[in-house]
Design a protein around this ligand. Sequence first.
Ligand code: G6D
Length: 347
Amino acid sequence: MKMTSTPLQVDGNQWTEYTLTNTNGMSVSFLDFGGIITSVKVPDRNETYQNVVIAFDDYQDYLNNTSYFGALIGRVAGRIDHASFKLGEKTFSLPANEGDHHLHGGQVGLHNIVWQVELLERASSLAAVLYHTSIDEESGYPGTVQYKVTYTLTAENTFEIDYEAFSDQDTVLTLTNHTYFNLSGDLETDILNHQVMLDADQFVELDDALIPTGRILPVTGTAFDFTSGRPLRDGVNSIDPQNIVANNGYDHFFIFNKQQAADAILTDPVSGRVLTVKTDQPGVVMYTSNGLDDSFKLKERLSAKYLGVCLETQSSPASLVYDGFPTILLGAHEVYRKSTTFTFSVL
Ligand code: G6D
């Protein structure tokens, strides 16, 4: 087990990149800036270690990370309709950073602040604890919130993200990580032939602005039924209005059944790499990078549509407007504690 930290000078900013490497040779690299995952290297069926996440080639591009590559997301992951919400009798207005709506915590979110990092070496794992405090009314949100996010790499090729938060006032909060996975290795292919299993019988309908309509739809008989596994390509070729509204793919919140051993499994049949995701979150936004084009220079190549798939485990901001959705309320002095594991293996 090895951990390294490398000081970086990025456009006048002092950042640090950390790399955790386990005894198998799996490694995870991330920045203190945004907690951004910049590399995950895992073996294919031939024991060839390659990177399986999207990352910028020039780290200066993370200063304008409009795709949120690799980043921690908060206070509220997802979209808040018309950038406002009611809590009790009070209405809060947030920055409208995507049209009239609020996306992923606003212009100043957890994705573009520098976290304080503490490295921990344990008997059979390596961990980095990331700390941050956002003050009351920052980006319009109530409450001073203390965050503690722990990145852990185990000897069994599991990368675990543990989220904790604590607010001094009633507030709203749901955190996630916005890493784009591509199991082909070094972004050799897109993700459309990746097979996905999601233990989810329901997903949340979106309107043309990708805002939840309040309707929860059954997956049965649609390209959203991943309960027995299907290739992501099905969402591209689908004439389902929900695939079309997402720019011919997926960008939807799936509500987990919690009936299978894993909540999600991503498999690349060619490389043989498998990613198994387990979480105590009630659901996941699966986004198949439908909004990507060739604008960005990545470590291995230019970006492209469908080059990565995000599995953003979280609760749903739709709960601010509609009943029946997993809540994102966090009471004063309650502890927000959520965990997601990403375990890499081969077929
Ligand atoms: C697009 O709709 C998608 C979001 O889900 C994603 O997080 C963002 O691109 C990066 O807006």
